[in-house]
Design a protein around this ligand. Structure first.
Ligand code: SF4
Length: 376
């Protein structure tokens, strides 16, 4: 089982952020930790000491958790579950809230993978995104992670930012590659409804690069990273051989996962539930032991849709025999005309029993996937 712990606190809210996170007020951290420990105990009782194969502290900004708190959480997790000896244990960190000392403490506790949100390598872009760290702090954080003994380092970047061009993106990638991370996540900037970024874009104060420029950034960025020895193993993720994220790969492969903390989603044995979004509502649900009461079985249609949506974002692609086993019909026969048209345009390939999107296909993945799943 995969286990995800959502830490809902951030130093400040970024301009593009639509995640469940808030700046903590007095007492929030304590309320969160108390409820989290209780939720772990409740789920441990319900699930009967299942084995956690990967553990992921995401957020929010998990690096805001003091090492002492992480230690207590580990202790409670070990009491309630079994953590596999070779478990991948990831903690997301933001540059303003990590020091070599803090990271060293986290590594001593068992964290063996750190994912740092650099997002951009110049201060102007970081300011525009509303990040609360400088590029220099980002570099220092990566350096600190190595000093602390982190041997599996992932760095996050955002591309397709206002004012960004292909050349600046490739320069940025060169700079990040020189830090020799084992893993890179490169997400395209999405303008989420209700964010300050959306307001600026609607007022035409800011504009994202046009589609053609974004297409070049995706294709040439991917080619550059592959040339540097990174496998482009999922639409937004690159890794040196053997360093693909086991946790995220588990999601894409449809494994069971338990989500703890506000807004976290769980899917176990074909049933899914989502924790309340806000800290107060989640604390109350833990207190009254009502979490997961609205768990619903996934329908066959949901499972097939997720299978296609998630697998086609990976370089491995969709196992056609696996699909047929679940659906009772052949995917390629069901979608013969569309698949033919997409193959002619070299957007998809079928090889060795797998259907994959090409790099150009990934560029328009949303359109292809919507098209494939909305209509037989
Ligand atoms: S650090 Fe991440 S979760 Fe926190 S506000 Fe920024 S984008 Fe949102």
């Amino acid at each position: 089982m995969l286990c995800y712990i959502h830490v809902p606190f951030c130093t400040r809210k970024c301009a593009y952020c639509a995640f469940a996170s808030q700046v903590p007020r007095a007492g929030d951290m304590q309320a969160y930790v108390d409820a989290l420990l209780q939720e772990i105990a409740i789920q441990g009782d319900r699930l009967g000491r299942r084995t956690i194969s990967t553990l992921y502290f995401g957020g929010g900004t998990p690096s805001l958790l003091p090492a002492k708190v992480v230690e207590v959480v580990f202790r409670r997790l070990r009491r309630a579950f079994r953590i596999a000896p070779d478990a991948e244990i990831t903690l997301e960190a933001n540059p303003e809230s990590v020091t070599a000392h803090h990271l060293h403490d986290l590594v001593s506790l068992g964290v063996n993978r750190v994912s740092i949100g650099l997002q951009a390598m110049d201060d102007e872009s970081l300011g525009l995104l509303g990040r609360c760290h400088t590029a220099r702090q980002g570099l220092a954080a990566a350096h600190n992670a190595r000093m602390a003994g982190v041997q599996n380092l992932s760095l996050d970047l955002i591309w397709g930012r206002p004012g960004q061009r292909l050349k600046t993106w490739l320069d940025e990638l060169r700079q990040v590659v020189s830090l020799r991370p084992e893993h890179l996540s490169c997400y395209s900037l999405t303008v989420e409804p209700g964010t300050p970024l959306e307001t600026l874009c609607l007022a035409r104060t800011l504009a994202l690069p046009d589609e053609e420029e974004q297409g070049k950034m995706f294709v040439y960025g991917s080619e550059y990273l592959e040339g540097e020895g990174y496998l482009h193993y999922e639409i937004s993720n690159f890794a040196r051989l053997g360093f693909q994220s086991r946790h995220n790969t588990g999601y894409w492969e449809g494994r069971d996962y338990l989500g703890l903390g506000p807004s976290a989603v769980s899917t176990l044995e074909g049933r899914r539930w989502a924790n309340p979004e806000t800290l107060a509502a989640w604390v109350e649900a833990v207190r009254t032991d009502t979490l997961g009461q609205d768990a619903e079985p996934l329908t066959l249609e949901q499972r097939l849709t997720e299978l296609v949506m998630l697998r086609l974002r990976t370089s491995r692609g969709l196992n056609l025999r696996g699909y047929r086993r679940l659906a009772g019909v052949s995917f390629t026969q069901q979608h013969a005309a569309k698949i033919q048209a997409l193959s002619r345009r070299e957007l998809i390939r079928i090889h060795g029993g797998y259907l994959r999107l090409s790099r150009e296909g990934w560029l328009v993945a949303d359109a292809i996937l919507t098209n494939l799943i909305t209509d037989g």
